[in-house]
Design a protein. Structure first.
Length: 116
């Protein structure tokens, strides 16, 4: 359902762009987003975007990360600038159908490592 890519190793201050492609006949009406989980910590929201383009961004990344979505609505991007070592985590793509209690899917995760 979800295929994420774009993670890697970058120095502090650098940039990365994550992509996640979704498949399914309900993708266009679904919200998509990015969550992250660092070792020993709980998974946390990074940013989400609805089918109408309404975004939510965590305070910890506001002003540095930007979420966007393709015109076909099946791909979500996370542009990450001014990366910090504390951004190091496994980043997960999420797809959620707002009209279904069960259609909540997760990608396999892509590792982002920021060196100081």
């Amino acid at each position: 359902q979800l295929q994420a890519s774009g993670g890697g190793l970058v120095q502090a201050g650098g940039s990365l762009r994550l992509s996640c492609v979704a498949s399914g006949n309900f993708v266009s009406i679904s919200a998509m987003g990015w969550y992250r989980q660092a070792p020993g910590k709980q998974r946390e929201l990074v940013a989400t975007i609805t089918s109408r383009g309404i975004t939510t961004t965590a305070d910890s990344v506001k002003g540095r990360f930007t979420i966007s979505r393709s015109s076909a609505k099946n791909t979500v991007f996370l542009q990450m600038n001014s990366l910090k070592p504390e951004d190091t985590a496994l980043y997960y793509c999420n797809l959620k159908d707002p009209y279904s209690a069960t259609r909540n899917y997760w990608g396999q995760g892509t590792q982002v490592t920021v060196s100081s």
